[in-house]
Design a protein around this ligand. Structure first.
Ligand SMILES: Cc1cc2nc3c(=O)[nH]c(=O)nc-3n(C[C@H](O)[C@H](O)[C@H](O)COP(=O)(O)OP(=O)(O)OC[C@H]3O[C@@H](n4cnc5c(N)ncnc54)[C@H](O)[C@@H]3O)c2cc1C
Length: 425
């Protein structure tokens, strides 16, 4: 079996992996980039709508255009790229990690001092949201529908119901409409939509596609092909309300009911996942609990903007190169705690040797505002910032200059704004 040796192995060639590989390479590490599909670019290959890169490039790019900016650099970088290379498992060794790869040659083993996991996420399916009934064709996830329409040029249905108002579902509602299908409605079990406000406006309102909140699909009908779905109203716990069932004839049910970080490789290494992010816990360099193992992009937590995915890739790539080259001290860590209606704060812990500006990402667990975010370390208040409104679909980013020594846990708390606090920062 062929054996390869490298400083840094990056698993997954989406925007997170591209950024990680380029940065590790720039930092002087030898890099191998492994991608199970035939082409690099990850999910961006099928995202032909615009809206990517506003933060990073100040331009509205399509997914392929955004990926192209990194792919051009990869081509000139000397990074060894392996496509059609599926990493099936990783083991720890005395000198780092050993990756088992199913590739064009059959099987090969890659020995790396450091590994970056940038494996993205997968979509929840009908079964995971308890839709009962038969298994006719015509029930598919929004990402699969996007693949059919944008990459294969095939329309998955002519009368479509979309379950879930996540961004991919909203984007597909517009895309299917533009391709001549009739989108009967987007149904959301929660009382408010899950997608970004700009996508509600641009994908539904602009195309007169109805959005029904507090409703869900409870059943599908049809043996060979989908014939209809049953929709029910939902209560405050998102449970179907008895007696509210309505049958809607349709030939496609598109599911946009959430994304789950893909972390089988991390689990195989014995890492436990953070139940809030569904990704490994990491420090400010995106290093997981295992020294030399880094994670970034949607595998770490689901991001709504690709710009922050690339940013986390760069951080992980830099950390991995430093680790591989023996430049990363293994310092003790302090936890980062999230209080109040915060869903999570990332990173979940900080290496105490921190001396740089540190980037934090956080999400509110429920819509709130005006609210005040406070960051404390022991008795010292490091930041107080007012937010007019916070919504769970919109991830927030914050840069903090932390003291060189961190004597205690960092506490993030979100509190309703007190009267008279409006002018304070
Ligand atoms: C439909 C849709 C619309 C979006 N719209 C926008 C938008 O308008 N604006 C915006 O800023 N963001 C948008 N996003 C978000 C953004 O595109 C994603 O957050 C980003 O692409 C995630 O990057 P990633 O590299 O973490 O994952 P991915 O792009 O999913 O890449 C992961 C890669 O890892 C590979 N992989 C996984 N496991 C293995 C393995 N074991 N071995 C080898 N390879 C492996 C996969 O094949 C894949 O190529 C959208 C996302 C989707 C899905």
């Amino acid at each position: 079996m062929k054996q390869y040796y490298t400083d840094v192995a990056v698993v997954g060639g989406g925007p997170a992996g591209l950024a990680a590989a380029l940065t590790a390479n720039r930092e002087g590490a030898q890099v191998m980039l492994l991608e199970r599909e035939g082409r690099l670019g990850g999910i961006l290959k099928q995202c032909i709508h615009d809206g990517f890169g506003l933060v990073r490039f100040g331009e509205k790019l399509t997914g392929p255009e955004y990926a192209g900016r990194f792919l051009d650099q990869i081509a000139e970088s000397g990074i060894e790229v392996m496509t059609l290379a599926f990493v099936s498992g990783i083991d720890r060794t005395g000198s780092g990690y050993q990756l088992r790869v199913i590739c064009r040659e059959g099987l090969c083993v890659i020995h790396a001092r450091a590994v970056v996991l940038s494996t993205g996420c997968r979509e929840r399916t009908a079964k995971q949201v308890s839709i009962h009934g038969d298994r006719p064709s015509g029930v598919l996830t929004a990402g699969a529908a996007q693949h059919y329409v944008n990459l294969l040029g095939q329309l998955p249905g002519r009368r479509c119901v979309i379950l879930g108002s996540g961004d991919i579902g909203l984007i597909m509602a517009r895309r299917l409409t533009l391709e001549g299908a009739e989108v009967l409605g987007v149904y959301e079990a929660k009382p408010e939509p899950s997608g970004l406000a700009r996508n509600i406006a641009q994908c539904l309102t602009d195309f007169d596609i109805p959005l029904y909140t507090s409703r869900t699909v409870t059943r599908v009908f049809g043996s060979e092909r989908l014939e209809a779905v049953e929709v029910c109203e939902t209560d405050s716990q998102m449970r179907p309300v008895p007696g509210t069932a309505q049958r809607i004839p349709c030939d496609a049910l598109i599911l946009s009911v959430g994304l789950i970080p893909e972390n089988e490789l991390a689990l195989g290494l014995g890492l436990s996942l953070d139940p809030r992010t569904k990704g490994p816990q990491c420090d400010q360099r995106m290093q997981t609990e295992l020294p030399g193992l880094f994670c970034c992009g949607n595998a770490l937590h689901v991001s709504d903007l690709v710009d922050y995915v690339s940013e986390s890739g760069e951080t992980a790539g830099r950390g991995a190169a430093d680790f591989a080259r023996g430049r990363l001290p293994q310092a003790k860590t302090v936890p980062v705690q999230a209080e109040g209606p915060l869903a999570y704060v990332l990173p979940q812990r900080l290496s105490a040797d921190n001396q740089e500006k540190t980037v934090f990402y956080f999400r509110a667990g429920k819509s709130c505002g005006p609210a005040v975010l406070r960051v404390r370390c022991g008795e010292t208040e490091l930041l107080r910032r007012r937010y007019r409104a916070l919504r769970p679909p919109e991830m927030e980013r914050l840069v903090l200059e932390l003291p060189a020594e961190l004597p205690a846990a960092l506490q993030f708390s979100l509190e309703p704004e007190e009267p008279g606090e409006e002018g304070k920062q």
